[in-house]
Design a protein around this ligand. Structure first.
Ligand code: FES
Length: 347
């Protein structure tokens, strides 16, 4: 038995295909050349989330971090875990152009050389990579991420691009802001890594990316979640004429010494028409004069209520959940929220 499946996207495009009964949505789409964004393929990361607008389906497995109980009740699905049971339609809140990235087998994999290793804060590093000359350009949207393979292990770790897409001559530069977790495998590797070493990466992944800047934008960063916003701001500063609305970044860290790239954030103030940023330090030293506590305590409620806005959130799940609940509690239905949760690996 075949079912008619339609996938609609935020850019208004709709793609159609037929799927067998009980087919996995992700696989059925792929057989028809529709490459939905995926990463873990195990119901854990949430990258493949969509909304079932009509039809019957069954979910094999969904981690609570990837799909909450409330989302499941609202008929959100994980495409890698959804088995089609009838004719159905699904909606994805990203552009259909993101579904074309794996048109060539292996096209997401690249080899890169380390060209920079620089401390960005007490426990984070800016890792600069250059793609080898024989590698195809890695096209990505600001906010997306790549999986970096840790040399000498079978492990990969996900990191957001920390600069906008840029190519200098024939060589493409990539930068990642990496938190060195105590006993973390990537941290251990970075301690002994040297400029000139090579590593493998795969990407881009994710549906967290900068949308059309057609309303005020609020960027909410927790820790190295700042990375995604650095890439977004890089792109926006290249086209300042397209940015006619305010951009406000709230950047939460635990300690003052955890703040990264302050000079870059200060520079955006002059490079963009109306940009400002506010550091929020949860455990500051006694002489800290700036904002403390939780980010949501510093958001401008009256301004947010005033007009439609886009809010982008990137960082640890508790921060994203707290700000999301704060918006819901204050009935900020005029805002559209986009989020990317940084889940810490076990090592
Ligand atoms: Fe990770 Fe589906 S790809 S949840």
């Amino acid at each position: 038995m075949k079912h008619n499946v339609a996938l609609s996207f935020a850019d208004g495009n709709t793609l159609f295909f037929k799927a067998g009964h009980n087919d996995l949505l992700m696989d059925a789409a792929l057989r028809h050349g529709v490459t939905l964004p995926i990463d873990c393929r195990e119901g854990v990361c949430g990258t493949c989330k969509g909304l079932c607008e009509s039809g019957q389906y069954e979910i094999e497995y969904a981690d609570e971090e990837a799909l909450t109980g409330q989302e499941a009740e609202q008929r959100y699905v994980l495409s890698c875990q959804t088995r089609i049971q009838s004719d159905s339609t699904f909606y994805y809140d990203f552009a259909s152009s993101l579904c074309n990235q794996t048109d060539q087998p292996g096209s997401l994999k690249r080899t890169a050389t380390i060209t920079g290793l620089q401390d960005a804060s007490a426990d984070s590093t800016l890792l600069a990579l250059t793609l080898a000359a024989d590698q195809t350009t890695l096209n990505f949207l600001p906010g997306q991420y790549a999986n970096l393979h840790i040399p000498g292990t079978e492990l990969t770790r996900a990191y957001s691009f920390a600069i906008g897409p840029q190519v200098s001559g024939e060589l493409q530069q990539l930068t990642f802001l990496i938190r060195k977790l105590p006993n973390g495998q990537m941290g251990k590797y970075l301690h002994q890594a040297r400029v000139g070493d090579t590593l493998e990466l795969e990407g881009p992944f994710g549906t967290f990316y900068l949308r059309e800047p057609d309303k005020p934008m609020y960027f909410i960063a927790g820790g190295t979640g700042l990375s995604a916003f650095l890439a977004m701001l890089d792109v926006l500063k290249e086209q300042p004429e397209s940015v006619s609305y305010p951009i406000r970044l709230y950047y939460g860290v635990n300690r003052l010494e955890d703040l990264c790239e302050q000079h870059r954030l200060d520079a955006y103030r002059t490079q963009l028409p109306d940009f400002d940023w506010t550091p929020v330090v949860s455990n500051p030293a006694s002489n800290w004069q700036g904002s403390t506590g939780y980010i949501q305590e510093h958001l401008p409620l009256a301004t947010l209520r005033d007009a439609p806005f886009d809010m982008y959130l990137c960082g640890p799940p508790p921060m994203i959940d707290a700000v999301t609940h704060w918006c819901a509690d204050h009935h900020l239905d005029n805002g559209k929220l986009y989020s990317e949760k940084f889940t810490a690996p076990v090592s």
